[in-house]
Design a protein around this ligand. Sequence first.
Ligand code: SAH
Ligand code: ZN
Ligand code: ZN
Ligand code: ZN
Ligand code: ZN
Length: 491
Amino acid sequence: MAAPRDQFCSAEAELNEGSQCSSGIEMVPPSDTAASAPLCPHGPTLLFVKVSQGKEETRRFYACSACRDRKDCNFFQWEDEKLSEARLAAREAHNQRCRPPLSRMQCVERYLKFIELPLTQRKFCQRCQQLLLPDDWGEHREHQVVGDVSVTQLRRPSQLLYPLENKKTNAQYLFADRSCQFLIDLLSTLGFRRVLCVGTPRLHELIRLTAPGDKKSNMRSLLLDIDFRYSQFYMEDSFCHYNMFNHHFFDGKDALEVCRAFLQEDKGEGVILVTDPPFGGLVEPLAVTFKKLTAMWKEGQSQDESHKELPIFWIFPYFFESRICQFFPSFRMLDYQVDYDNHALYKHGKKGRKQSPVRIFTNIPLNKIILPTEEGYRFCPLCQRYVSPENQHCEHCDSCTSKDGRKWNHCFLCKKCVKPSWVHCSVCNRCALPGHSCEGPEDGCFICGELGHKRSSCPNIGAAKRPDKAVRKQKQRKSNKRKMRPLKDNP
Ligand code: SAH
Ligand code: ZN
Ligand code: ZN
Ligand code: ZN
Ligand code: ZN
């Protein structure tokens, strides 16, 4: 997950306003486009369309699937653009140059040599984020180098490597021990024997670390991650360099087969996909990917089991609930709050734990999942699931309604529970933050009555009574500026 504070707030604010995003960038579902998508260093690009005022613009374009900042990958191509041979060749050369310095095979060979070295010769360069063999020492003489890299350190690469925190691409936020241990215990209690870790390097290493003899030790794990630094620490059967926004295996068919075999082993029994994507990313391409992984798992099953779903834990902020459930209607959200190590927003505050907005979405029935009572979670017999300490069962809604862990209040006018900070607004005819600007009711635009946009971005504005043109333009510019930020440099 990506978790810059501003991103939280803007995503959340958007949802709190009850408005759909009426302007922004949307992915064009890939069914008819996947084959022809041009390649950037991060694999096949995705086809996007700019949406403004609720309307799609006609000219669609390809952009990088993985990087939400053009500084990280500046690929851009109109869908109907014809490129010269020279430009295609230059692009190909650029893609080659961006490949990791060592091949997957070379990494494995180096790793095998490295573990044979005596402790005193095992060095790690912090600047280059690389395990060094004696031949490399000279080159890194001037760099900050860690010596005596122990087996324990080798088994915990997420502690040796620094987290890549750049929000718009890697957004590497590592689980706090508390959360990681909880996940491992839960997976093992649920009887899983294989865990496909997609973007969860710390969970992966902790699963592998669990001492033999321990009841959890019969779990195996395969890590798929875009961070190729991890390929130094794992053999081919436990790490694949992978892009989860386009289901791309950087090391080709062999890596894909590793993943397939892992999913299909034991006729697909006992395997779960656990993922913690950067949540600055779009939900749709992730959903497409998880459906592809599900399909891969299903290939290995007999016909009569075709209704079954691959068990999934998708770790993401609670305010994406409706978006995730749109793609995976069987998913439910757990109240458990996931904590991170290198994230100020979630670190334990002075008064115990801060609230984390990150949750687990899953297709495993919630009544099978026990949350830690020592942290205050309790079982609600009416809802048949564990809930947070403050989440109270509302007799009117007949459910434990809090999403954010605070106690929510029932509003009789809205006929639902709302956040404790909200009050009922008679102008908007719904609950909202006090001091909000009354822009329009949740259930439709003031001007045309349609859902999904507010009057400031009403596409029918020309047909209705025109507000002053200049003011309208200004508002438009403002709202574009706010909503277009993720890909602001695109035309
Ligand atoms: N909480 C997890 C880490 C989540 S951070 C843990 O502790 O194990 C997000 C992870 O997703 C990072 O490891 C990052 O490298 C990876 N990631 C980011 N973009 C990705 C992409 N496009 N494809 C695959 N992995 C990606
Ligand atoms: Zn790219
Ligand atoms: Zn209620
Ligand atoms: Zn209300
Ligand atoms: Zn209002």
